[in-house]
Design a binder for this molecule. Structure first.
Ligand code: PRX
Length: 659
């Protein structure tokens, strides 16, 4: 593990909670928060037991709380039984929520479709019945590769209803990435769409599924169910391919939910780690649902009258927790958006908030930073030109939000009336872990502030001992929590090694560096492993390197991150070709070829922003690539570090000059 940590600006401004939000908040006031934290510390079992009984509907009540007999493979509420979809939908039938709008769906072209809880329940049941009629059973795995749509939520919920474990793959991933996940998860079903619409353009999805299935190793896939989104041309394999509307056909609109063990896997979601192979993060039904629901109630202080909008795609964990599961379990009305923030113009988000009277808005720092620039360039689309007074809470997720972006968001979007909730969490944590609470926490721009009740976050050194305030170290969780990752699908050893290294006393290692200030506030300082965060998307440097070296022209490649004003981090690749060094114009052509190649191998999000060619890479005499130096070169800074252990110091000069 490396202690090398990028530093962040430590801000001094403090914004106390707004009195109108403190009053009536789910957690109201610092004293209430501290009491909850204290209760959880003193008697964690009683703390979690009460919450799980109060907030979830159980088919068979649990008697066990946390079972640590096989730690770190914790089990939560392990002898209880329930169904996640029933907790998101059936629970509301027979209550006033049944006729409430569950989803306001806005398509890329602006067309709005609304669906009530009752209608959504019926749609989910019909689709679940259709899948069941095809012979699918609890425990099988389904790949979902769909655009943002009501149908994507229906597909996920239908799987949850039957105990089919879904693995959603972001629609921006290539057929190759899709293939890798389909094989790893051992999928028997794929649910997709003909095409997706983004910014006025149609992007094929079904053809990527066809390609991925032709790559071999996915012979277990019996059906591909296709949602007709655009009506675009698709290839069809009779017997395997089915339209979603035909699968639903005349199916009944009620479907008995499967009574599942609390620990039954709900989903597997792939995320990047420090090796080339993405990890299938496995979450369990009851624990995940509890944590998703509690954080919607606590962090967002969600009320029945709220209109909630999380802009994340269901291809990422944020879309799982804060689109498909949390808001529905809480009975909220939410906006689901198909398109992009810049189409038809850069005011799209603000216009949507105004039209749908959004009161809780949750997005990523990258979106905020790019919209800041756009609003300044296009004053008529500046958020101040829109009525955003419906907003009461605004949140941020996925990457550090720099104080400037925080202040812009607070002032221009929140109108200085809404707290900015900088929520720190991960695919592995299931839901928020360290975040301000609207009725509790004084805010400091750039800090995710304090852990939620029940979460024992700490900063430790290499031996697992807590470091002093103000000192950097590894962010860990000292105790398990219900929403935590259960294992890495098919690789329990990697799970143990990655998250519970023996030297850290059994603590959960998040993979982020952080420090605490004198008030105990947490400041995240970036990853401690070879994971990049580009526009809030996690990517392993090794994944990009493997994609590059798979190209015939490439002999060797090293990939590092460089701070970027819009995307947070940008990918810089240093490449040694299988031929002589290209001249400038050749370099440009080859760089484009390689960029497109990576786009095809992984997906457009992984395309390096900058590719530099050299005759070699900076290596130690034992042949290890010195990424530390490459990071300096990538930033365009002079190398002042000791380079005496380098085999070939002159290479740094070449790489610094190369374009
Ligand atoms: O480095 C942290 C960063 O994103 C990583 C988790 O990425 P992922 O699993 O894709 O989940 C993203 C959505 C939760 C973390 O290890 N990260 C996430 N939120 C923040 C953050 N870094 C700083 N501040 C945050 N609020």
């Amino acid at each position: 593990m490396s202690t090398e940590i990028e530093s962040v600006l430590i801000e001094n401004r403090v914004f106390p909670p707004f009195p109108n939000l403190v009053k009536g908040a789910a957690i109201s006031g610092m004293d209430a928060y501290q009491t909850m934290c204290e209760d959880a510390r003193k008697n964690p079992d009683a703390f979690w037991e009460k919450l799980a009984r109060e907030h979830l509907v159980w088919d068979k009540p649990f008697t066990q709380i946390v079972d640590d007999g096989k730690a770190p493979f914790y089990r939560w509420f392990g002898d209880g039984e329930l169904n996640v979809s029933a907790n998101c939908l059936d629970k509301h039938l027979g209550t006033p929520t049944a006729n409430k709008t569950a989803i306001i769906f806005e398509a890329d072209d602006g067309k709005v479709t609304q669906i009530t809880y009752k209608e959504l329940h019926a749609r989910v049941c019909q689709f679940a019945n259709g899948i069941k009629a095809l012979g699918y059973k609890a425990g099988e795995r389904a790949i979902i590769y769909m655009p943002m749509s009501i149908e994507a939520v229906v597909a996920m919920q239908a799987c949850a209803r039957l105990g089919i474990i879904h693995s959603v793959v972001f629609g921006g991933f290539s057929s190759k990435s899709l293939h890798e996940r389909t094989v790893d998860v051992g999928a028997t079903l794929v649910i997709t769409a003909d095409e997706q619409m983004r910014g006025g353009r149609s992007i094929p999805l079904k053809s990527a599924v066809d390609e991925s299935l032709e790559m071999g190793g996915c012979e277990g896939v019996r059906h591909v169910i296709v949602y007709r989104r655009t009506g675009g041309q698709v290839q069809w394999r009779d017997g395997r391919d089915l339209w979603m509307h035909d699968v639903c056909g005349n199916q009944a609109d009620t479907c008995e939910p499967e009574q599942l063990n609390a620990e039954h896997p709900l989903f597997i979601l792939y995320t990047s780690g420090s090796t080339g192979k993405p990890k299938g993060v496995q979450h369990a039904c009851a624990g995940f649902l509890l944590w998703a629901l509690l954080t919607v109630k606590w962090t967002f202080d969600a009320k029945d009258s709220d209109v909630f909008w999380c802009t994340a795609d269901v291809g990422w964990v944020t879309g799982h927790t804060y689109v498909t599961y949390g808001p529905l379990a809480a009975g909220l009305t939410q906006v689901v958006f198909e398109g992009v923030p810049t189409y038809p113009d850069v005011g799209r988000f603000w216009d949507m908030i105004q039209r749908h009277k959004v009161s809780i808005f949750y997005t990523a720092p990258t979106a905020i930073r790019s919209l800041t620039k756009a609003a300044e360039a296009t004053p008529e689309r500046h958020p101040r030109e829109y009525d955003l007074t419906s907003l009461r809470i605004i949140g941020s997720v996925g990457e550090p939000i720099n104080p400037e972006a925080w202040m812009w968001y607070y002032t221009n979007v929140g109108g200085e009336r809404c707290p900015v909730l900088d929520t720190w969490w991960q695919t592995e944590t299931g839901a928020h872990m360290i975040t301000p609470l609207p009725g509790v926490t004084p805010l400091k721009p750039g800090s995710c502030t304090l852990p939620l009740p029940g979460i024992e976050a700490a900063i430790v050194d290499e031996a697992g001992d807590e470091v002093e305030r103000g000192k950097g170290g590894f962010l860990v969780m000292k105790r398990p929590w219900p929403g935590m990752i259960r294992t890495i699908w098919g690789d329990p050893d990697r799970f143990k090694k990655s998250y519970f290294p023996p030297e850290l006393k059994g603590y959960y290692l998040a993979g982020d560096g952080a420090q605490r200030d004198s008030d105990g506030y947490f400041w995240i300082m970036g990853r401690i492993d070879d994971v990049l965060n580009v526009s809030g998307h996690r990517l392993g440097t090794m994944e990009v390197e493997s994609a590059l070296v798979a190209h015939d022209l490439v002999a060797e490649a090293a990939v590092v991150g460089r701070p970027d004003a819009t995307t947070g981090e940008a990918i810089v690749a240093f490449v040694v070709l299988n031929r002589n060094l290209p001249d400038d114009s050749e370099a440009e052509t080859i760089a484009k070829t390689l960029r497109d190649w990576v786009g095809k191998e992984i997906g457009p999000i992984a395309k390096p922003k900058d590719i530099r060619f050299g005759e070699n890479l900076p290596k130690t005499r034992s042949g290890k690539i010195m990424r530390r130096l490459l990071r300096v070169v990538a930033k365009g800074e002079p190398v002042t570090q000791d380079t005496s252990t380098l085999e070939n110091p002159a290479i740094l000069d070449q790489l610094s000059k190369a374009r």
